[in-house]
Design a protein around this ligand. Structure first.
Ligand code: ADP
Ligand code: TRP
Length: 492
């Protein structure tokens, strides 16, 4: 079989690798992936099925399982069963060692396979593995791609993690829709969640201890008032777990200067005309510390807004680079970013993303009068001069804000329809937005007022959370120190 596969691949002129395997390696996918020091998402498992139309081969990713109902529907068949050992031998195949190439029966490849760049599979011989590109496989084989698997729970990483930089008492609708609400939803769904106040990151801009302390405490009030349950989620401050800084120092050695130099936090400042002489190294190193924040907990996902995608990408790159040197230590985390308007909520200027530094915000906890002013001053549809002109709803900030805060969906639909038809004025839309905002956050605003006198409680929540977070963080640092060759009292 290998000879045949080798010929097919050589004729097609695509790169591939035959990998010699130890004789005692068990014939199962997890053992092979452990040997390759790679994850199940890069394993291809090819199975032979018997159907009323004959035998077929089906390739799926190692971290997925075939959903037989979906596969039957896709193939338009009724009968589907795995081929027996005799049937496989009859086809000239070795049970358990089916290669994805050189088969004389139709091959179906699951769609999720295409999300990976390369894969490992068997060559049909116990002592040789095959590694090649996914696109090359599809180029060489006449495979049919379909959607017929679901993820295998066991291999999908469930933990999530996110941080928020404390830089003022101004949690806004962008933070809420793009980050805080998706984070709370995950927690409600029972996903193990680590959320922290990134106080070390705040040092890039705040160099006044009293202000920093106020910002940190305010963040706790915001999160607790909005409903974070510190018993359910692990909520803490970054500096409360020294391992964040420890890991950052190690990871810095696996990150190219050029990559860091291209990160937007730093580049944006340069673009705004701030000279390199004035930009502090904390800002330059920001993504390195953030990569450490993330990888320390080995999460599967990082719920953040679109503006943080580049930083999560940077953390993924860092994990790959470290894994390349030392084996599969860090799972590659996915950015979990909302779809559409909520990934990057537009500001009241109707132009840029809502951001506290741009002052184009609708906040959650400011005084009523402040929020009313923010809403009334918001940009709407610039081409609409009179209430009787048909207006644009898509991308219109006030309607995006309605979608975030107004739980009365019938009212929102009615306003949108009347707006499109030129039957409602901006003022009415904004008035009802203001009322909806007050309804939505009434309980949170009341609770926050109540909490405000209780700074000790806020500190205690962070400290208790840090105790729990440290347990995970210590494990990772022990593992990392050991593997890079630093031994001390932590891991000897
Ligand atoms: P800001 O830009 O106002 O300083 P932060 O940087 O503190 O906000 O962001 C905290 C979290 O909120 C991050 O996950 C960020 O991606 C998210 N976020 C911030 N602004 C928006 C926005 N306009 N739309 C969606 N998500 C946002
Ligand atoms: N950079 C993020 C922000 O400004 C905060 C942050 C720090 C973070 N470390 C993180 C987010 C790790 C997610 C994961 O909002």
């Amino acid at each position: 079989m290998e000879d045949r596969i080798e010929k097919i691949l050589k004729d097609a002129n695509v790169p591939f690798e035959f990998i010699p395997l130890p004789e005692d390696l068990p014939v199962d996918v997890p053992s092979h992936m452990k040997f390759y020091r790679d994850t199940m998402q890069h394993a291809l498992a090819t199975m032979i099925y018997k159907t009323e139309k004959g035998f077929i081969a089906v390739s799926r990713r190692g971290d997925t399982k075939v959903n037989s109902k979906k596969l039957r529907e896709f193939l338009g068949i009724k009968r589907l069963s795995l081929a027996t050992e005799e049937e496989m031998t009859g086809l000239g195949l070795t049970p358990g060692l089916v290669p994805p190439l050189g088969l004389e029966i139709p091959l179906y490849v699951d769609k999720k396979v295409i999300e990976a760049d390369y894969f490992y599979d068997g060559t049909g011989h116990k002592l040789f593995g095959l590694k090649m590109g996914v696109k090359d496989l599809l180029g060489v084989n006449k495979a049919i791609v379909g959607d017929f698997t679901t993820y295998e729970e066991r291999y999908t990483k469930k933990r999530v993690l996110s941080g928020i930089t404390p830089s003022g008492n101004t949690l806004h609708l962008g933070n809420y829709a793009g980050a805080v609400k998706p984070q709370f939803d995950l927690l409600e769904k029972g996903v193990e969640s680590f959320y922290f106040v990134a106080d070390l990151h705040a040092l890039t801009t705040i160099q006044d201890r009293n202000r920093l302390e106020m910002c940190i405490i305010n963040n706790v009030f915001d999160y607790i008032a909005l409903g974070l349950d510190p018993e359910k989620g692990i909520y803490f401050r970054q500096s409360g777990v020294a391992e964040h800084s420890m890991l950052a120092i190690v990871l810095a050695n696996y990150i190219p200067f050029g990559l860091t130099n291209r990160m937007h936090a730093f580049k944006d400042k340069l673009a705004r005309g701030v000279s390199k002489e004035k930009i502090n190294m904390g800002l330059f190193n920001y993504p390195i510390l953030m990569a450490a924040d993330i990888l320390l907990y080995k999460p599967g996902g990082v719920p953040v807004g679109e503006d943080q995608r580049q930083h999560v990408e940077f953390a993924r790159e860092t994990a790959r680079s470290f894994n390349k040197a030392h084996g599969e230590i860090f799972p590659i985390p996915d950015p979990l970013i909302e779809k559409g308007n909520m990934s990057k909520v537009v500001g009241t200027d109707g132009e840029r993303k809502m951001s506290k530094s741009l002052g184009n915000v609708v906040t959650i906890f400011d005084e009523e009068e402040v929020i009313r002013r923010q809403i009334m001053g918001s940009y709407t549809d610039p081409n609409r001069k009179h209430a009787s002109d048909p207006g644009k709803v898509d991308g219109n900030p006030v309607f995006i804000y309605h979608d975030i805060v107004n739980d009365d969906k019938a009212e929102v639909e009615d306003l949108k329809r009347r707006y499109r038809e030129g039957k409602v004025g901006d003022v009415e839309v904004k008035e009802s937005l203001f009322k909806a905002h007050m309804r939505k956050f009434a309980e949170a605003r009341r609770k926050r007022k109540e909490l405000e006198n209780n700074i000790d409680m806020a500190r205690e929540i962070l400290e208790k959370g840090a105790e729990k977070a440290r347990k995970v963080a210590e494990e990772t640092i022990k593992e990392v120190y050991k593997i890079v060759g630093i031994t001390n009292k932590l891991n000897s």
